[in-house]
Design a protein around this ligand. Structure first.
Ligand code: AMP
Length: 318
């Protein structure tokens, strides 16, 4: 499959690389890493990475503006569904390649390269580079490693396999870079966020069957001086709590007039439940979008039911 992807990349002079809306480091690093690798390998090609991104990701690199998609190849990283592609539609391109690690949702109409067991889209781009004549250097390696580290939550998730470590090991050997700066870019945060984390720990509600949730209203965000994206992302800080199997942040986004939910699990499968609330994602890391806190609490009830079944099936508790 990688040889086929390389063959298609070689064929097109203009290549646009997109990824999902609500960008995260894996989405952005996979598109920028791939863009820079193709540019390095084929200096005469026009290669662009598109989409919008918050200022806090500026350390990853600069995105491009493209008005004309004619005669171009589209590569979409880290995105399973058409509606979540940020700034591009496969219909406007001659051909589309998908490179993704989410469970399949929509066929983009071209080459679908999907490995749901991979830790990250960056892992797949790293493997693509290793398996073909695409070029790399320490900067590109660092970008791709950043996305991989972020999406695997520092190799915490079960998706971190021998394949993941094998790829990382090869990159560190071939294209050495400073690992500690990767971690400080990803994890340095203002004191205001740590104070909000304390608030979440103290006020998280835990249901009978182990769902931990917190409503982070606009008022709370203002009180702590933290924006909604950073507040929602704190879901990643609550792994390994004995009493909790599934946990979620329910965050009001006053600018968009919606409520964004980030869900994580230590056992029950959650993406099917998220799909019922304008969401989706991975089995154990999903998200959803709703318009009221009531609907969010309905989702909590469904997750609680899934936890009850999981506890029964796995003979936990008691
Ligand atoms: P997050 O909690 O935002 O980090 O998202 C966790 C996973 O769920 C990622 O793979 C996202 O792409 C996916 N996800 C988040 N929100 C949505 C949504 N509204 N619809 C579909 N997938 C989502």
């Amino acid at each position: 499959m990688y040889k086929e992807i390389y063959r298609i990349i070689k064929k097109y002079n203009k290549i646009v690389i997109a990824r999902h809306k609500g960008v995260d480091p894996d989405a952005m690093c996979s598109q920028i890493g791939l863009r820079d690798s193709i540019r390095k390998s084929f200096p005469k090609k026009e290669v662009y990475a598109i989409g919008s991104a918050p200022q806090r990701f500026s350390y990853i690199g600069k995105l491009d503006k493209v008005d004309d998609f004619s005669n171009a190849l589209l590569i979409v990283c880290d995105t399973p569904d058409l509606k979540r592609i940020d700034g591009a539609n496969p219909k406007d391109f001659l051909y589309t390649i998908k490179i993704d690690h989410h469970p399949f949702i929509d066929d983009f109409g071209g080459l679908e390269y999907i490995v749901p067991s991979a830790s990250s889209a960056c892992e797949l781009v790293m493997e693509l580079i290793l398996s073909t004549r695409l070029k790399c250097d320490s900067n590109i390696a660092k970008t791709l490693f950043t996305g991989l580290v972020s999406d695997s939550n520092r190799f915490l998730f079960p998706s971190s396999s021998s394949r993941t470590f094998g790829i990382v090991s090869k990159y560190l050997k071939k294209y050495p870079f400073d690992i500690s700066s990767v971690y400080s870019n990803l994890y340095i945060r203002p004191l205001s966020e740590i104070r909000l984390k304390g608030y979440i720990s103290t006020n998280m509600i835990v249901t009978d069957n182990g769902v931990g949730y917190i409503d982070i209203t606009e008022d709370i965000q203002k009180k702590f001086g933290v924006d909604s994206a950073a507040a929602g992302n704190m879901v990643n800080d609550f792994n390994f709590i004995n009493e909790i199997l599934v946990w979620l942040t329910i965050t009001e986004d006053a600018n968009l007039g919606l409520i964004r939910i980030s869900i994580r699990s230590r056992g029950p499968v959650i993406n099917k439940i998220a799909e019922g609330h304008n969401g989706g994602g991975h089995k154990f890391a999903s998200g959803a979008k709703v318009t009221t806190f009531e609907e969010a609490h309905e989702l909590v009830k469904e997750l609680d039911k899934a936890c009850a079944e999981y506890i029964k099936d796995n003979k936990l508790g008691g």
